[in-house]
Design a protein around this ligand. Structure first.
Ligand code: SF4
Length: 240
C-alpha cells in the first residue's frame, strides 16, 4: 500500500462524495500525466492518515493489518472505499481477500483502474459495486504503446458490474483519439458513461482550451450517450 486516507472523491461520476481511499503501489503502465508518481514504486512505506493521527507502516501490509487501519474510519462518513493507485489489480489475490471484508464493514467498493488487466477480473467481479476505468490513448503513454486491445478485453470481462470510463484530455489530445476511445466504449459497454477529464497541468503537459473541450466532448457524444467533462475537483480544493 502507498496511502490510506479519507477525502472527497475528486474525479468521475461520484465526484464530491467522501471516500476512504486505499492507494496501492505499483503500476504496469507509465502515463505522461501521472499524478501519483510516488505510488508507482512497489517499494516504500504506507502513509496512513488515520483519524487519530498520521502513521507510517512498513510494507507489505497484510489484509488483517490493513483492516485494522480501515476500522479507524466510519462507513457512515465514507460510504465508499475507493481502491486506487498505482494499479490495484496488480494485487488481485490480496483484493480477493480484502473486498468481501470491506463489504462486511458496510462499505461499497469502487475500483479505479487503468483497465488493462482483464485476467484479474473473474475472481473479483462479485465483490465490486462500481468500476471507474481509464481509457489510455497512445499519446497518453510515455512509450506511445497502444493498450486498446487490453481495454477491449477488460470491458468484455466486466460482465454486469456498473462502469463508467474516464479519458484524460490534454492540449495535444485530438478528435481522432477521443472518437476511437468513445467508439470502443460504446461497442463493448453501451450503457457506460464517458467522463472527459481535462488534465491538471504538470511536467510540461498542458490542459486543453475550453473550445477544444467542447469539440472533444462533441466527438465523444457521436458514440456515447452520456458524456461529461469533469476536472480533478480535489486539486482545485487542495485535497489529497
Ligand atoms: S495508469 Fe494511472 S497510476 Fe499508472 S502511470 Fe498511468 S496515471 Fe499513473
Amino acid at each position: 500500500m502507498s496511502e490510506i486516507f479519507s477525502s472527497l472523491q475528486g474525479e468521475g461520476l461520484r465526484v464530491g462524495e467522501r471516500h476512504l481511499f486505499l492507494r496501492f503501489r505499483g503500476c504496469n503502465l507509465r502515463c505522461r500525466y501521472c499524478d501519483t508518481p510516488e505510488a508507482l514504486r512497489e517499494q516504500g512505506p504506507c502513509r496512513a492518515r488515520l483519524p487519530q493521527g498520521d502513521r507510517s507502516q512498513d510494507n507489505p501490509l497484510g489484509v488483517e493489518e490493513l483492516l485494522r487501519a480501515v476500522a479507524s474510519f466510519s462507513p457512515r462518513l465514507n460510504p465508499w472505499v475507493s481502491l486506487t493507485g498505482g494499479e490495484p489489480l496488480l494485487w488481485d489475490g490480496f483484493l480477493g481477500e480484502l473486498l468481501p471484508q470491506l463489504r462486511r464493514f458496510g462499505y461499497r467498493t469502487y475500483l479505479e483502474t487503468n483497465g488493462t488487466l482483464a485476467d484479474a477480473l473473474p475472481a473479483l467481479l462479485r465483490h465490486l459495486d462500481l468500476v471507474a476505468m481509464d481509457l489510455k490513448p497512445p499519446s497518453a503513454m510515455t512509450d506511445g504503446q497502444d493498450v486498446f486491445p487490453a481495454h477491449e478485453a477488460f470491458l468484455d470481462g466486466l460482465g454486469e458490474v456498473p462502469l463508467f470510463a474516464k479519458l484524460v484530455v490534454a492540449l495535444d489530445t485530438n478528435v481522432v483519439e477521443v472518437s476511437r476511445a468513445a467508439s470502443v466504449l460504446a461497442r463493448h459497454a453501451p450503457r457506460a458513461a464517458l467522463v472527459l477529464q481535462p488534465v491538471t497541468p504538470r511536467g510540461g503537459v498542458r490542459s486543453p482550451s475550453s473550445a477544444q473541450l467542447l469539440q472533444l466532448a462533441a466527438a465523444a457524444a457521436r458514440h456515447v450517450r452520456e458524456v461529461r467533462v469533469i476536472p480533478q475537483v480535489h486539486r482545485h480544493l487542495g485535497l489529497p
